[in-house]
Design a binder for this molecule. Structure first.
Ligand SMILES: [Zn+2]
Length: 176
């Protein structure tokens, strides 16, 4: 049952992933009053903004500004007010100890019943598989009493759901 007692954490590798891969799920949870927290790890400036780079004189700062405004509009449409952009560099996204600690703390802060993030197999962008493992590992660490951060008590293991890429063709077939 989805209600106000349910905490959902969505972790998106790039600016648009949460929209076209989990927009329906997010809207459904919001509609039922659940607490939805969204983390966007990067703007996808290097790997998922090709059209923007076709504009002459384009800059990284401008690409990020445009992607930020897209994120804000999408979040507003879905009704998500609780979102953070962590501004990691993408393509190729690197996870170090500080970032692992940051995600463990986020999971302990949100205390999600469910986490939605990238699935373990995704050839579309190598960052997606990286993020799948990152979030899975952080969720496991978040349950360990030996992994200690002041003000962030140990969490229970969340159920993790992996996003996959559905092509328009298969989506059309599924509707028939
Ligand atoms: Zn992506």
């Amino acid at each position: 049952m989805i209600d106000k007692n349910v905490n959902l954490l969505v972790v998106s590798a790039h600016a648009a992933d949460f929209v076209w891969r989990s927009g329906g799920t997010i809207a459904k949870y919001i509609m039922h009053g659940a607490n939805v927290s969204l983390v966007i790890l990067s703007y996808g400036a290097r790997g998922e903004s090709n059209d923007l780079w076709n504009v002459e004189g384009q800059t990284l700062d401008n690409v990020k500004t445009i992607r930020r405004s897209e994120i804000e509009k999408a979040a507003e449409c879905l009704g998500v007010s609780n979102f953070e952009i962590w501004d990691y560099e993408d393509y190729h996204m690197m996870i170090n100890r500080d970032r692992m600690d940051q995600m463990v703390k986020k999971i302990r802060e949100v205390r999600p019943h469910h986490i939605v993030t990238h699935g373990p197999k995704d050839a579309f962008n190598p960052d997606h598989e990286m993020v799948s493992k990152f979030v899975f590992d952080a969720s496991v660490l978040s349950t360990s009493n030996g992994v200690r951060f002041d003000g962030y008590p140990t969490a229970k293991q969340a159920r993790i759901f992996g996003l996959s890429r559905i092509s328009l063709k298969s989506a059309t077939l599924n509707r028939k």
